[in-house]
Design a protein around this ligand. Structure first.
Ligand SMILES: C[S@@+](CC[C@H](N)C(=O)[O-])C[C@H]1O[C@@H](n2cnc3c(N)ncnc32)[C@H](O)[C@@H]1O
Length: 230
């Protein structure tokens, strides 16, 4: 009987750890735990993620730059940039002549980004900083992006509000929304269809468009309201 209870306890403990560490990636345990986990996994992140450069160009960089085609040299901020996925996809496009600022809390993820983006260092700036408190003036960027990260930040609505604050009026917002069965295990993290759109409804944005992207993420596009229209 004791062995059965001990076995059951072990299974429950492993399930709890799987949920908190693998699925939630420390999101319920605070920003320090999330950062520690990403620091630990930074060296293998790209190998595990295994994104394809053509997919990144077709499904990310091209739609983003097409929406920015009326801006000559756009300034893009990528919040929670990780190993520099979005900056790399964008600066590799021949028609992109702007700059990208990538921001993340994990020093080791940023170190990987720095290595990958070394050939483009004159057009990419990387900063170690939390998403909830962006160190930029209002209306600074032509586009603000954040991929596969909002569910891990301490206060997702605050992080999105910060992104909108630093966007120029008419500027482009691109964020992801976690979907799929794992999203159901992330209660209170604004995952699953509709929750992030509710967050955006309280902010000065228009033209909110949700688009299927990957099995576990939708893309959400929006534009910041111009002055006087909010
Ligand atoms: C799943 S990775 C996504 C990275 C990148 N955007 C991509 O699509 O590959 C999540 C990233 O969010 C970062 N992150 C988590 N919480 C953060 C916070 N509060 N502020 C800034 N970055 C954060 C992590 O360090 C990690 O690099």
């Amino acid at each position: 009987m004791v062995w059965v209870l001990a076995g059951l306890g072990l299974v429950l403990l492993l399930a709890l750890l799987y949920w908190q560490i693998i699925i939630a990636e420390g999101a319920y345990l605070g920003a320090q735990v999330v950062t520690l986990l990403y620091d630990w996994g930074a060296a293998s992140y790209d190998r595990i993620k295994n994104v394809h450069p053509v997919d990144e160009a077709v499904y990310l960089a091209h739609p983003l730059l097409a929406r920015l085609s009326d801006v000559r040299s756009p300034w893009i901020l990528d919040v929670a940039t990780g190993t520099g996925r979005l900056p790399l996809a964008v600066v590799q496009q021949l028609d992109f002549s702007g700059r990208v600022v990538g921001l993340d809390l994990s020093a080791k993820m940023l170190r990987q980004a720095r290595l990958k983006l070394a050939p483009f260092r004159n057009r990419v700036t990387l900063i170690q900083q939390a998403a909830g408190n962006l160190p930029f003036r209002d209306d600074a960027f032509d586009a603000v992006t954040s991929l596969e990260a909002l569910e891990f930040v301490p206060d997702p609505p605050r992080a999105v509000a910060e992104m909108v604050r630093v966007l120029k009026p008419g500027g482009l917002l691109l964020i992801t929304n976690r979907i799929g069965w794992e999203a159901r295990l992330l209660q209170g993290r604004y995952c699953g269809r509709g929750h992030m759109e509710e967050v955006l409804a309280a902010l000065p944005v228009r033209e909110v468009q949700t688009e299927r992207w990957q099995v576990y993420y939708d893309l959400i596009w929006a534009r910041k309201e111009e002055r006087g229209k909010a």
